[in-house]
Design a protein around this ligand. Structure first.
Ligand SMILES: Nc1ncnc2c1ncn2[C@@H]1O[C@H](COP(=O)(O)OP(=O)(O)OP(=O)(O)O)[C@@H](O)[C@H]1O
Length: 252
């Protein structure tokens, strides 16, 4: 495969202001098949907005977004709410994602036992796996994940990132994910972008975690060279990533 064939999507000098407030400024990124790019940044940094621009759900004011013709994208939004009275099993919900084999995909994500459960009855951590399964059903070239491990306990987070990594190796898709857990995704990501409206720093995870801008934003933990922080969300998103309602949740 030629190097240029590996490029799935690019953003070039993308900027966006909403309600007269600059949300993103001069963002350029390149996404490649088989590679994982992690976006890390504080609340309100524009991470989800950046994903929405990449997905074509939000138009930038300036700059250029290019997607490989025919590119199939699997999207796991930040969080979604599902109508509590909707009669929908996990298997049915996953099947809505695409034409893949539901049984196989559920087994791959270790949630085969949930196939017949009502989607509203499963735990937050299980739901994240279901969202991932749904995204995989499209046989994506590019997987777009907005905080895939939220609501998942610490053990489960490591396992989830391992699974994403295994799936990436198996299917060869590119991955762009927003994560607040650089310490957890370190080994599974090729590139990190530290975002706070503009790209503060970028590079391989080790370099970014030692970068002064990263330390300024997330603090410095001398033992590991890594930072852990907590943040709050005041909103949830629908399947297109639109903000749908207000809620409070804490996760780190
Ligand atoms: N439709 C909109 N209209 C006006 N402002 C918006 C809109 N959507 C997002 N914003 C603002 O843009 C900024 C970036 O939001 P975004 O959701 O991209 O941040 P984020 O980095 O994903 O944050 P978090 O870590 O809290 O999820 C926020 O200040 C948000 O309030």
């Amino acid at each position: 495969m030629k190097d240029s064939d590996k490029i799935l999507a690019t953003l070039k000098h993308v900027s966006l202001a909403l309600e007269k407030r600059q949300i993103l400024q001069d963002i350029s990124i390149t996404l490649e098949a088989g590679k994982v790019l992690t976006i890390i940044g504080p609340n309100g940094a524009g991470k989800s907005t950046l994903l929405r621009i990449l997905l074509g759900l939000q138009k930038p004011d300036a700059g250029e977004v290019t997607r490989k013709p025919g590119l199939r994208i699997g999207y796991v939004p930040q969080s979604i709410s599902i109508e509590s009275t909707l009669p929908l099993t996990v298997a049915r919900f996953v099947a809505l994602g695409g034409k893949g084999n539901v049984k196989e995909v559920l087994a791959e994500l270790r949630i085969a036992h949930l196939a017949k459960s009502a989607i509203q009855s499963i735990s937050g951590g299980e739901f994240q796996r279901v969202l991932l399964a749904r995204a995989i059903m499209r046989k994506p070239d590019l997987l777009v994940l907005d905080e895939p491990a939220q609501g998942v306990d610490v053990m489960g987070q490591g396992e989830l990132y391992d699974r994403i990594s295994t799936l990436r190796q198996r299917y060869g898709f590119g991955v762009i994910m927003v994560s607040h857990d650089l310490h957890l995704v370190m080994e599974k990501t090729d590139q990190v972008i530290c975002l706070n409206q503009h790209i503060c720093c970028h590079g391989v995870p080790d370099d970014v975690s030692r970068h002064p801008e990263y330390k300024r934003l997330f603090g410095d933990m001398p033992d590991s060279g890594l930072a852990v922080y907590t943040h709050n969300h005041d909103h949830a998103h629908d399947l297109q990533g639109n903000v749908v309602h207000s809620k409070d949740c804490d996760h780190g």
